[in-house]
Ligand binder design. Sequence first.
Ligand SMILES: C[S@@+](CC[C@H](N)C(=O)[O-])C[C@H]1O[C@@H](n2cnc3c(N)ncnc32)[C@H](O)[C@@H]1O
Length: 198
Amino acid sequence: MSLPAIKVISISEAARHQQLYELPPIEVAAIGESNHIYGTLTSKGLQTTADAVTEFFGNPEAIVGCDVGCGDGELIYHLSRLLAGSAWSGFEISAQRVDMCCWHEHVTVWQGDCLKEHYADFNVLHINDLMFDDDLAMQLEAKVAREFSGLLITYRAITAPTLRRISQHLADVPTVSCAFVRRLLTRFPLRLFITHLA
Ligand SMILES: C[S@@+](CC[C@H](N)C(=O)[O-])C[C@H]1O[C@@H](n2cnc3c(N)ncnc32)[C@H](O)[C@@H]1O
C-alpha cells in the first residue's frame, strides 16, 4: 500500500484553521496588528498563477520559486504539484504557521522575516497580500531590487524607485483571493514583472 502524499495532522481541520488565522498574543505583539492577517488564493487563483509562471518559463523544471510570507505553505505545495519538476520554498514570520506546515514532502518552509531573508537564489518571487504599510512595502521592494532577478508576482503596484527602474511590467492577471479572517472575497490583479539586476 502506498503512503499518503500528505502527512496527516492530528488536530481537527476546524482547530487547524482557527490556529492558522488567529495567532497567539505574543506573536501579534511582535508582528503587529495588521501584518499577520491571513488569506490565500482560491483554486482558480492558483491555476492563474501556475499558468502565468508556465507561460514565462516554458519548462517548469527551470523554476526555483519562493513565496514571501508563505503562511503554512499551502500555496507553494499546490504550485509544486501543478508545475511538475519546479522547486518551491517559502518563509513566514509566524512560528505558529511554520509549525502548521504539513506539506513537508513537497516544499521547504522556514521561519523568517522578509526584510532579512535573501532572494538571490530564486527566479520567481511570489509576494502576495502582506498587508504592509507603504514604508515597509517600500523597504521590501528596495531589498528585492538589490537582490532579485526573475519573475516577480506581486499584489502591489511597484513604488520603490530602484525596483521600478529594473522592472518591466508583463501583465496584470485577474484572480480571486479569499481573505478568510475578514470573511471577504476580494478580487484583485496579480501583477507580473520581470526584474533585471543592473
Ligand atoms: C495573506 S498571507 C499569504 C499566504 C500565502 N503567501 C498565500 O498567498 O496564500 C501573508 C503572510 O505573510 C506573513 N508575514 C507578514 N509579515 C511578514 C514578514 N515580515 N516576513 C515574513 N512573513 C510575513 C503573515 O504572517 C501571513 O501569514
